[in-house]
Structure formats: C-alpha cells, structure tokens
Design a binder for this molecule. Structure first.
Ligand SMILES: Nc1ncnc2c1ncn2[C@@H]1O[C@H](COP(=O)(O)OP(=O)(O)O[C@H]2O[C@H](CO)[C@@H](O)[C@H](O)[C@H]2O)[C@@H](O)[C@H]1O
Length: 482
C-alpha cells in the first residue's frame, strides 16, 4: 500500500474557492480502492475549526513562524484529514487568502510557508507511527513542502507538485528569505529565487521529484513561452519529470440521476425530464419561459476565463435568440458588465453575483449549454460537470478544455462522437461563430439529443486518472532518495 500525504490550502467540502478544492477533495476517495492511502494536510481555518475543532491532537510544532502550532487528526467526508492548527496564522476573519477588506492577508508568505514546513516535518516523521512514501503538494500554497524536504537532505519521502494554475505563483519580496529558515544556498536559481523575489511555486517546481499538471494538453502548453508564464524555461529543463493527468470529477456529488439539489432528476434515457429543470432555472432568474437556447456561465469572473469577451457579446447573444444566465464573482468591471447586460435585457439575461455551490448544480441541470471561453485553462471542471448533466459545453480550444470536449464537426457528428462545441482562437468572432453553430444544432432536436447523450456518456470520473496517479506514486516510491 502506498502512503501519500496530500497538502493543499483548500479541500472540498470544507473550504472551496475554486477547482483546486474539488480535486483535493475527490482524488483521495478515488485512490483508496487502488491501494493508495491518502492523508490530507490543510490549514485549520476558523470555519474548519468550528466544524472539526474537537479533532485529536497528534503532534506539536512549538514555534511555527512566530507561534505554536498543533496537528489535529480527524476523519471527515471520507477523508483522512490532518489540520494545521496555528491560530496566529489562520484564526482570523476573511477567506483563505484574502482578508475582509478584499486584500491578500499581508502575511500570506508565512501562512503558506508554515503549511509547507509542517508538511515536510510530517513527511520526515513528526507524527509517531506515520511516515508517508510520497508528499504531494498542490499549487503555490503548498509548494514549499518539496523545498523543505529537499533542504532536509538524507532519507526523505519522494515529492510531487501539481500545478493547478500557473498564473498564481506565490511571489514575495526577497526580505522574507531569511525568515524561511532555508539554507543560504536556496537563495539562487536552483532554489526559491525568482528574478530577485522569493517564488514559492518556482521553488517547488525546482525541488519536487515530479511535476504534474491537470491535463496532458496543458502540460505541453506550459513548456512554451506563450503558456509558461515565465516558468517555461525551468519547466523545459525538467520536462522529463513533467506529466499531465486530466482531472476527473466526483460522480456521486455530480450525478443528475440522484442529485438532491435539482428540481427533477434525469438520465440520458429520459432527457425529456431535463426541461423541468430548465423551467425551474427560468423561474429562478425571472427569465421569459420559452424553448430558445438557455446559455450559462458558472465561473470566477477573471481574465483567465475570457469572460470579458462574452460580456462584449451579450447583445449579440440576445439578438441571436438565446438567453443567458451568469453565476460568478471576481473582477468588479466584469461583474458590472454582466449586470448592465441583465438590466438591458430583462427577461433574457439573468445574473447572480456571488458564489453558490448548489445553484451551480441547478444551472448545470437546467441550462442547454455552458460557455467556457477561457484564454488558458489547466483542465477546467465546469465543462466536465456540464458533460455529465447534458448541458453542452461551448469551449475554447486551450488546455484541458481541448482534451475533454469533442467538437461537433462533420466527422464527429457522423460518428456520434461529438460532445460540445470547440472554437478557436479566443476572440469575439470565433465565440460568436461557435454560438451560431450551437443554435443551428439546437434547432435540429434529434441531433441535439444525440450530442447530449454522447456528452452524458463521456467518462468524466476519476477512475482512469486515479490509476495514473497510483502508478506514478508507486513508481516514484521505488526510486531511492537522491
Ligand atoms: N460563482 C460560483 N458559484 C458556484 N460555484 C462556482 C462559482 N464559480 C466557480 N465555481 C466552481 O468552482 C470550480 C471551478 O473550477 P475550474 O476547474 O473550472 O476552475 P479554477 O480556475 O477555479 O481551477 C483551477 O484548478 C482546477 C483544478 O485542477 C483546474 O481544473 C482549472 O483549470 C484551474 O484553473 C467549479 O467547481 C465551479 O463549479
């Protein structure tokens, strides 16, 4: 049995701001039947302590970046959790990364260096009777775990870092370097130094024994200057250590046949029941009730997601006879652009600014198509939920979107393989062209239903990808420490 310590700043269902949490919450469950036992280390934020504060203390770190910390152990939602209880770093209002004023917590460097340091200490035997074979760090917040393991030298677990989003690199001023407690030699190109700053992700990518990212196509894109966000040189140098494994989704949480959060359950064999969800969604967003295509967005509203391009097209979408619902939050200008679109087109466009997990289920169940015009997308999960719910994804041909959606071109339609619309490049013209193709297909009801059935038959589960992680873990744990 391979033993893995997974390290992340967010884990579904406890704390989620995006797709990272879905992955760190679901992957351990998919690995268990494959003989991989995963313990997950995450910060004990106030909401986590409120729910699980009576967890059992299993280790102490008397001085972790300016205060005492404990490691608590608890089982929750099928996960074997280790909580990093460090009140001086995590017991405060706000979100995991941002304070109530909307700005990053000023000591984020210490908060997440502490997460990496605690992970390394656990990897090296801090908890009596527990010594993982692998420490698997997710994104910049956990990226110092491989660095501290590397710095410790000697016998140590193997390390993996997974890039969920290269845009967030955890860069901090050089002045914090002495506080990290790393050897002087780690200030340099082979350590955490990145153009004169401390780069958490950069350090993790340098130190980890393996690097993974969340789709094969994105693994290729980040080796190019256009997709590498300044790290492509380093990544090219380590390309033989890099692998792309496409994300899955938790198909028990996202199952239209049993979903308790939608108006009417349905399967690929009784798709007519789906229209009850469409009616419910129209009512919820005060939209006119009709049979025109109902398009949807569920997303962080950011440049990455290309939603400024969609915001520019709202009038065209309505002119083409479609309706649109948008659920999301983020960039204030984008929020305003969609809200003003809704004000201009009352009854045709509905917008909900905010984050609402259950509403996202109702949208996937009721909308006809989900729009994901991302400029870059390491994998993307919403298009996977959409496939599962017969809500046809309209995606740009980038990253994991290109790996997971089969465009309804002539050949794919003839082979009954199409599962959505894929457009390129990421421009207003190409998006509108994709939407024109969509409305034509929608008008042809039998073809539309065929595509929905193919979409719903796509394997979006974790099964195949969990196997790939299990194989990676077992081959890596057999390698000896450098
Ligand atoms: N307003 C809202 N209300 C409710 N739910 C909302 C919401 N806004 C977003 N969500 C949910 O948040 C998640 C977003 O996941 P994505 O994978 O699509 O993107 P994200 O950029 O966060 O993740 C990063 O990490 C993941 C995981 O590896 C990669 O798939 C992705 O490409 C990468 O950018 C989905 O579960 C979605 O339903």
């Amino acid at each position: 049995m391979t033993s893995v310590l997974s390290v992340a700043s967010e884990v579904f269902p406890l704390v989620k701001t995006g797709g990272l949490a879905d992955v760190t919450g679901a992957l351990p469950l998919a690995l268990e039947p494959l003989g991989v036992s995963v313990r997950t280390l995450m910060p004990a934020y106030p909401s986590v302590m409120a729910e699980l504060g009576d967890a059992e203390p299993v280790a102490a770190l008397p001085d972790l970046f300016g205060g005492p910390a404990r490691i608590l152990s608890v089982h929750h939602a099928g996960l074997d959790l280790l909580l990093l209880d460090a009140p001086h770093l995590f017991d405060r209002p706000g979100g995991p990364y941002v304070g109530p004023n909307g700005y990053d917590h000023p000591d984020n460097w210490a908060r997440f260096a502490a997460l990496g340091k605690a992970a390394a200490e656990i990897g090296l035997g801090l908890i009596a009777g527990y010594r993982p074979d692998i420490v698997h760090a997710h994104d910049w917040q956990a990226a110092l775990a491989p660095v501290y393991l590397d710095a410790a030298g000697g016998e140590r677990p193997r390390s993996i870092i997974t890039i969920h989003n290269l845009a967030f690199q955890g860069a901090f001023p050089q002045t914090i370097f002495p506080e990290l407690g790393l050897p002087e030699t780690f200030w340099g190109i082979d350590g955490v130094e990145y153009y004169g700053s401390v780069g958490f992700l950069k350090g993790g990518l340098r130190a980890a024994d393996r690097i993974t990212t969340v789709s094969p196509n994105y693994a290729g894109e980040i080796l190019q200057p256009a997709g590498g966000m300044g790290l492509d040189g380093l990544l090219r140098g380590r390309a033989n250590r890099l692998v792309g494994i496409v994300n899955g989704i938790d198909t028990s949480v996202w199952d239209p046949a049993t979903d308790p959060h939608i108006a009417a359950s349905f399967t690929r064999d009784d798709l007519f029941r789906r229209s009850l969800n469409k009616r419910a969604l129209e009512a919820e967003f005060s939209l006119e009730e009709d049979e025109s295509p109902l398009l949807a967005v569920v997303s962080r509203l950011t440049w990455q997601k290309g939603l400024d391009i969609l915001a520019d097209c709202v009038d065209d979408v309505v002119a083409a006879g479609c309706r649109l619902v948008v659920v999301g939050s983020g960039d204030r200008l984008l929020e305003g652009a969609f809200l003003s679109g809704a004000a201009r087109h009352s009854g045709r466009v509905g917008v909900r600014i905010g984050y609402d997990e259950l509403l996202s289920h109702r949208v996937q169940a009721g909308a006809d198509a989900l729009l994901v015009p991302s400029r870059f997308e390491p994998c993307g999960l919403t298009q996977l939920y959409a496939l599962r719910y017969g809500c046809l994804p309209v995606v740009s041909r980038v990253g994991g979107l290109a790996d997971t959606v089969i465009d309804a071109n002539f050949a794919a339609l003839a082979a009954s393989a199409a599962t959505g619309i894929v457009f390129a490049p990421v421009t207003r013209e190409a998006l509108l062209d994709g939407l024109t193709r969509l409305t034509r297909l929608y008008a042809d009801a039998p073809t539309w239903r065929d595509i929905q059935r193919s979409a719903m038959s796509s394997d979006v589960s974790w099964t195949a990808s969990a196997r790939r992680y299990a194989d990676l873990y077992s081959s890596l744990s057999e390698e000896s420490t450098r």
